[in-house]
Design a binder for this molecule. Structure first.
Ligand SMILES: [Zn+2]
Length: 692
């Protein structure tokens, strides 16, 4: 095994390093969600941190990593007797793959053995393996919602519950949870975002010298991992000692009432929901004070904590990316820090005392800590260049730099303004229509029973949901239908020679439950952006309708995609994605004008669906064509529509005016689609509510 890349050798990414360290110091901080582009060494740095966590003592015979000094009373491998063999090992780093099953995550009970042999055989899952270590979930936003729920429940409770028919197992599962996500590939639901303690935006440095240094170190590491690691041994040892010392110090750190009120004021001003933000901010501030070797939480600790704990908790609509108004934070902190002890804060104009012993140090030494420990603290605080920077009491330039980052990183959401430099189409004036407030849309479904990923749109066989029947298992038995199993076994009892009470059950008797719930679909929008739709208000109504449908798709856990057509061609404005935000951004910026190549739009949609069917065969598509149906250029509409035969479709009829041609209706007939008039969407919802 090659040596892990040293944590201290990671260039930049100071917020991420700090967030990880604070979690390593205090488990109460509640994990980190790392948001950012691919290729930013997210996993490298998490592995590097895990390697510096203090080793753990475990009972050798326990598969659930019980602590010898306090074994889990409910441990499935217990009860543990005093005197069992103890081993010391590194803190675990467990990586949860995106495609993991529920069994893999929480463990599994061998139901066949349980029923046929009467043996309760529980196989621990990844949550058990991560106990007292780190659980790393790359691309947590792509993980099935149900698994995310299980994961965050375990993280919040420190316990993993496994419930199967008539059998329940629970065991301790406390771990540092680190999730990463690329927001371009879809957001986490706000209620899941909120359950990560801290959040950090990362992106590769735009600074050439820093980028060069990253590459230089990476190459040195790849050429000789052991040699490279050896050069960082001293820094890594200091880091590990610093974490251990901060852990020891944590319980003695004082959080003055004034700072607690400051945290409350900041959280209230940012309009976060509930009290979780206050709690996480307080815990992170305490961890930060412990980390820099101080005994009392200061405004600086609160600043650091708030910057990491609030961006994803601001109340917001689902299309907004997390972010924090740092100017407001500074104002709030300034206003509420007046009563602070003068020694605690630093004059903002004074440069940070690099390598200096933090001022809280002397205050903090309450316990009778040995000299050795104290020295370790000092070393640790002086060492980390990252940390020196992070606790720097913001000089003006530092503050500006901080503010600039989230704005730059905000991405496509800011493209709400009309794109002025859009070239004018030769067919006519090109415009970018605005978007009005979204409204509730009728519930569109795909007929029949699907097999797709859980969601909230169309009927489907799903692992969750209500039981609708039983069947002989097709793969490993996951969920026993007891009645059906007993009924299957009953006729053979005499011939199997049953004499005593209790049924004789064989493998062939086993029946599993068939459940029905709802699946998410692929909602593919085909949007006519031609000149005939360009009358400003018309296109605003169209965009608002599509935005409303997008919001609905988000709530129903659909994937969305968008094909637009105007002028001479159709284009894939949004390849199928879970990122509804990306769809909303593209929609807002969508220009209108030119001819109407309807056939090209339909053909392009058919191609998108063909590719997507190969990629994700179980996800059934729902086609939503938004047009007035008036084709004025290129291609045979009938032939293009034939390519979409069998696809569940809806046509939103955008024709307006006193004289109507009914062309969208004709298209709907060709596609065997439901026809919804654009103007009637509201009426339709009212009818729908009345009927249901
Ligand atoms: Zn145990």
């Amino acid at each position: 095994m090659t040596a892990t890349y040293p944590f201290s050798a990671v260039v930049g990414l100071d917020d991420l390093k700090l967030a990880l360290v604070l979690n390593a110091v205090s488990p109460r901080v509640g994990g980190v969600l790392v948001r950012g582009e691919k290729g930013t060494a997210k996993s490298t740095i998490v592995r590097a941190l895990a390697a510096q966590l203090p080793p753990v003592e475990v009972l050798a015979a326990c598969r659930f990593a019980c602590d010898p000094s306090a074994p889990d009373p409910a441990c499935p491998d217990g009860p543990h007797e005093p005197g069992e063999r103890v081993v010391t090992r590194a803190a675990a780093l467990v990586e949860l793959p995106v495609g993991a099953s529920e069994d893999r995550l929480v463990g599994s009970l061998d139901l066949e053995r349980a029923l046929t042999e009467g043996v309760k055989a529980f196989e621990p899952g990844l949550l058990a393996a991560a106990h007292r270590g780190v659980l790393y979930v790359d691309e947590v936003n792509l993980l099935h919602d149900h698994l995310v729920d299980l994961l965050l429940d375990a993280a919040a409770l420190g316990t993993c519950y496994v419930e199967r028919e008539a059998v329940s197992v629970r065991h301790a599962a406390r771990f540092l949870l680190v999730g990463t996500m690329n927001p371009e590939e879809g957001e986490l639901r706000p209620q899941l975002l909120d359950r990560f303690g801290l959040t950090v935006e990362v992106r590769a440095s735009r600074e050439p010298s820093e980028r060069a240094e990253v590459v230089r170190r990476r190459m040195a590491h790849d050429a000789d991992p052991e040699g490279f690691a050896a050069r960082w041994t001293a820094q890594e040892a200091e880091l590990a000692a610093g974490i251990a010392a901060a852990r020891d110090r944590l319980g003695a750190v004082e959080l003055p009432d004034a700072r607690l009120r400051q945290i409350a004021e900041v959280c209230a001003a940012f309009e976060v929901d509930g009290l979780r933000a206050d709690l996480v901010t307080a815990n992170a501030a305490v961890a930060h004070a412990a980390w820099r070797g101080a005994g009392v939480v200061t405004t600086e600790d609160v600043r650091v904590a708030a910057r990491l704990s609030l961006p994803h908790r601001r109340r917001r609509d689902p299309f907004d990316a997390p972010g924090l108004d740092e100017r407001l934070l500074e104002e709030l902190l300034d206003r509420t820090s007046e009563d602070e002890h003068p020694d605690d804060d630093t004059d903002p104009d004074t440069p940070p005392p690099a390598g200096d012993d933090p001022k809280g140090g002397p205050d903090g030494d309450e316990g009778p800590g040995s000299d050795g420990e104290d020295r370790r603290d000092d070393d640790a605080t002086a060492s980390g260049d990252t940390r020196t920077e992070d606790r720097a009491p913001a000089g003006e330039s530092r503050r500006d730099g901080d503010r600039a980052l989230p704005q730059d990183a905000r991405g496509p959401h800011d493209s709400r303004a009309p794109g002025q430099d859009e070239p004018t189409d030769q067919e006519g004036q090109v415009q970018v229509a605005g978007v009005a407030a979204p409204y509730r849309v009728p519930w569109l479904k795909v007929r029949g029973l699907g097999n797709g990923a859980s969601g909230r749109r169309s009927r489907a066989r799903t692992p969750q949901g209500r039981t609708t029947g039983s069947r002989a298992p097709e793969g490993p038995l996951r969920s026993v239908h007891l009645t059906a199993t007993l009924v299957a076994a009953a006729p053979y009892q005499r011939e199997r020679g049953r004499t005593a009470p209790g049924l004789l059950i064989r493998e062939e008797d086993l029946r599993e439950t068939v459940k029905e719930g709802r699946e998410g679909n692929l909602v593919l929008f085909v949007v006519d952006a031609s000149g005939s739709m360009a009358a400003r208000k018309r296109m605003t109504a169209v965009k608002t309708a599509v935005l409303s449908l997008l919001l609905d798709a988000y709530q129903r856990r659909d994937k969305v995609g968008m094909v637009t057509f105007r002028g001479s061609a159709a284009e894939v404005a949004l390849p199928p994605t879970s990122s509804v935000e990306a769809g909303a951004a593209r929609l807002r910026a969508l220009p209108t004008g030119g001819r109407t190549p309807l056939a090209a739009g339909l053909a392009r949609a058919a191609e998108v669906l063909r590719v997507e069917r190969m990629r994700d065969p179980d996800r059934r598509p729902l086609l939503v064509v938004v047009t007035d149906g008036r084709a004025t250029s290129g291609g045979d509409v009938e032939r293009a529509a034939a390519l979409l035969t069998g696809t569940a479709s809806v046509v939103v009829d955008c024709e307006s005016g006193p004289v109507r041609l009914g062309l969208a209706g004709r298209l709907a007939t060709r596609l065997r689609a439901r026809l919804i008039p654009l103007d009637g969407m509201d009426d339709l919802i009212r009818d729908y509510r009345r009927a249901s």
